[in-house]
Design a protein around this ligand. Structure first.
Ligand SMILES: [Zn+2]
Length: 412
């Protein structure tokens, strides 16, 4: 099989339609998208949808067949005559590696090119050990998972890494991440470049979670907020199917918006009264532990809530109200149709969402809340890994990336 590499087109403007129309809106990459998205099942569908001549469609499909990105199947449903041949996306034409790194734990998956997990592993990992150590451990496990699947580094088409801190998405470098000592400015793509011939995308953990929730459960929702309430608090913003990262990648950092009445609480960012310092998992566990309860971390707080411990329930509901104060302002500002609440603390979502809902509906404008849904995460702790796999597959299978890879292959 001819090797397809999207490297080199990863972070640069990709090649547009050339004079003979091999790439661009009607190139092989666009045909692949129609096939992947189920809009085109046969050659006749492709002719009809693109307006291209049948011979041109055949030429484009030859390229996709040569790169093993599609295969053809005889349709079994026939009532006479020759059954039409189905054109099918070959989601096994490679794999993507994904690591959703949290402050204290990690989830790795190897997924197919339709972003479906083929193998996964979750384990405890201290992000504070620094990038070399952490990525070294991650890569050891990637190698093991790949070998269990009978795959190797040459099968890897892309890598997605989520980290618990701000990231310059265009370069894959964390920027002043408060809980990630040693990671500031570290180039994650460069670290992987010696190991894999594949593009590496790095984003913060909240954005990949938002991507996962959007694509798997709310695909038709064009304005979605996805709030992650774990040790800290952050929010992913999806507009028109795309993650909105803001000018510098800092959009959605609601954990450091001030909530009134808590000027005595100092946040790890140095400011006082930040939402995260008042209502985040770390804040709750510290408060409950000070009250004599066994609440060393967010998961133990959730355990207390599930066991019906009244002080813990009250604290989580109150945290939901504080979250609601910040989200009420966000609802007036952004007018989302859906707010998904996820993260470790969302495992106690009935109380968290009840508190948030109470304040959002009280404080937001009726027009903005008319059809507003506030729902718990559907994917739970897999949302980030699934979202990162989606992000990578959409990147490496984008029509421009496919056309560039094919042209590079033809030129080689
Ligand atoms: Zn803060």
């Amino acid at each position: 099989m001819r090797r397809i590499s999207a490297r080199g087109v990863c972070f640069t403007r990709q090649m547009r339609a050339n004079s003979d129309g091999d790439s661009g809106p009607r190139g092989a990459g666009s045909l692949l998208r129609l096939i992947r998205e189920g809009e085109a099942v046969t050659r006749a569908d492709l002719v009809r949808l693109t307006g291209l001549a049948r011979s041109t469609v055949a030429q484009r499909l030859e390229l996709l067949l040569a790169h093993e990105l599609i295969h053809e199947e005889r349709s079994s449903a026939s009532t006479g005559g020759r059954p039409p041949t189905k054109v099918v996306f070959n989601k096994s034409a490679g794999v993507v590696l994904v690591a959703d790194l949290g402050a204290t734990h990690a989830r790795l998956t190897v997924s197919d090119l339709a972003a479906a997990p083929l193998a996964e592993q979750a384990f405890d990992l201290d992000i504070g050990e620094g990038p070399e150590t952490v990525l070294g451990r991650v890569d050891e496990r990637f190698a093991k998972l790949l070998s269990e699947l009978g795959r190797g580094p040459r099968d890897v088409r892309g890598i997605g890494i989520g980290v618990p801190g701000p990231v310059a998405f265009s370069t894959g470098q964390p920027v002043n991440p408060p809980i990630m000592p040693g990671w500031d400015g570290f180039s994650v793509p460069t670290w992987f470049a010696d190991r894999y011939d594949a593009p590496v995308l790095v984003d913060n953990d909240v954005n990949i979670m938002a991507m996962g929730e959007h694509r798997m459960s709310w695909r038709d929702c064009s304005q979605l907020l996805c709030v992650k309430v774990g040790t800290g608090i952050g929010c992913g913003i999806v507009i028109g199917g795309h993650i909105h990262r803001g000018a510098q990648g800092a959009a959605g950092d609601i954990g450091h918006i001030r909530v009134p009445g808590h000027d005595d609480v100092v946040c790890r960012c140095g400011n006082v009264g930040c939402l995260e310092a008042v209502a985040g998992g770390r804040a709750l566990s510290q408060r409950l532990a000070a009250a004599g309860l066994a609440a060393a971390n967010t998961r133990e707080v959730v355990g207390l809530v599930r066991a019906g411990q009244p002080t813990a329930i009250k604290a989580v509901r109150e945290a939901g109200r504080h979250l609601g104060e910040v989200l009420a302002a966000s609802v007036n500002f952004f007018n989302p149709s859906t707010i998904v609440i996820g993260g470790d603390l969302a495992a106690a979502h009935q109380y968290l969402i009840a508190g948030a809902r109470e304040i959002i509906f009280q404080r937001s404008l009726p027009l903005a809340t008319g059809d507003l849904r506030i729902v718990p995460s559907h994917l739970g702790d897999r949302a980030g890994a699934i979202g990162a796999a989606v992000m990578v597959t959409e990147h490496v299978l984008a029509p421009e990336a496919i056309d560039s890879a094919i042209q590079a292959g033809v030129a080689a």
